[in-house]
Ligand binder design. Sequence first.
Ligand code: C2O
Length: 594
Amino acid sequence: MVPPSAGSTLMTLCLLGSSALAAIVNYDFNISWVTAQPDGFSRPTIGINGEWPIPQITANVGDRVIINVVNGLGNQTTSLHFHGLYMNGTPHMDGPVSVTQCAIPPGGSFVYDFHINQPGTYWYHSHDSGQYPDGLRGALIVKDPDSPYKDQYDEELVLTLSDWYHDQMPGQLARFISYANPTGAEPVPKSALMNDTQNLDIKVEPGKTYMFRIINMGAFAGQYLWFEGHTMKIVEVDGIYTEAAEADMIYLTAAQRYSVLITTKDDASSNFAIVGSMDQDLFDAVPADLNPNVTGWLVYSDSAPRPTPALVDEFEPFDDFTLAPYDKLPLYTDPDYSFELRVEMNNLGDGANYAWFNNITYVRPKVNTLYTALTSGNLATNPAIYGDHTNPFVLEKDQVVEIVLDNMDPGKHPFHLHGHAFQTVARSEEEAGDYMYNETLPAYPMRRDTVMVRPNGNLVLRFKADNPGIWLFHCHIEWHVASGLIATIVERPLDLQNTLSLAGSPYASPNSSALAIPTSHIEACTKQDISIAGNAAGNQDDLLDLRGQNAPPAPLPEGFTAKGIVAMTFSIVAALLGMAVIGWYGNLDRKDVK
Ligand code: C2O
């Protein structure tokens, strides 16, 4: 059931804490290429310690986790992000490249070291150059001896869902962001996986209650999930306990998690199908040979047949907006800072399709945004220093922040915020247009870290600026991360200067008790000649001078449309535009493994 953790060194050291036993959980991860065939097709896959599926990270609330990473890929940089963890006090351990760290170069080592003070179901994945769909994603489970539901189940199990491709990401990304794909059609997965396999047996005993921790760690596809003949009781979403809610079918966008309680039948004579079904609304064209479903079984009896799942006429998943948090945290009222993000997809002068928040498509800054914040003194509160192409929003202490997201795109998008679980305050139906500020808001809105906006619909999210750090807000469809659907939340940069230090550099914090950024983090930058100081352009002298910053391709010439590009004769422009695309992608610095 649980992905094997063989190969990882797990050492647990118990320390006597004030009230509970806190431990140090150590992992040594050598990230390298292996061969895997989860759907029968054999391909190079990114594994850890020679294994794939990669190990599950497991800790208890209160534990300190230390992960020593070695990048053994040879041909690619990498990083790890711990999706959903707040990283309170250690925002430099969050993992996104060019945001809180430099990429770990081939052959490089890197230490992630953080405390986990939140229970629940999470996952970890590469946050570098669209890499995780090549295999570098796994479950991260934080057990809770004080769970309000602990007396209601006998055993817990992990169930991961994902989509799966046969080609490697670098080549697929180059084709996706290309003049040859002007409409931005996302590559369609080849298959769906359950616990990184297909036709999965889950052995169960009659008359017991199991807590399934369900994670969609796919790159693109949301999945519908149901257990034939059994009802789910939802008790957690994205690390937040909910009031128990019954559901026959749930929908998990890429990156969402649910914990559900399932009570088995008293009769152990037959087995029941578990079905994950990829949401084909997301796919521009559905290949005739695509099987969007993955099947597993609750196996009561090894000798009984595994039934073929029944067809469903219509997908009617549980509406997650009806959930309420178990802690009944009330709605944050009267936001101190509200901003709109308008989602659009559009073409640039290279003919490729990009994704935009407020007419800005994200481009990595030359200096990690966190290091810019740490090296810019009082100018750290000025969004301008973070660059013209990172969509920075600077937050002050304890502000109630509201994001109004208006989706101008006809697709569904799962939006994720690092460092927080936001209140999901409002979500429209499809085609509702911009948010109208005219509805009654829930008294105890659900909180989670990833939520779906509907096609041409809107979404309102609120959270409190109680966690200094640099936190990305982005669509969790990995194709849209690559095409720039990212904003940067710069939360309390002056507090960061007081609590984190680029120790040993001229920019060490004046506060001698500030936490030092580890040398492995600094070395990841210096080995690749990446500056650890200055604005988004790497300018340390005049922080308001952004000349030389990374920028997207030039806009399309006036009057040019995506349709025009389709109609354009490729032969005339292919050579020129091809060079532009290669130049743009050259900074990914990676190639497929043969
Ligand atoms: Cu699952 Cu930006 O992350």
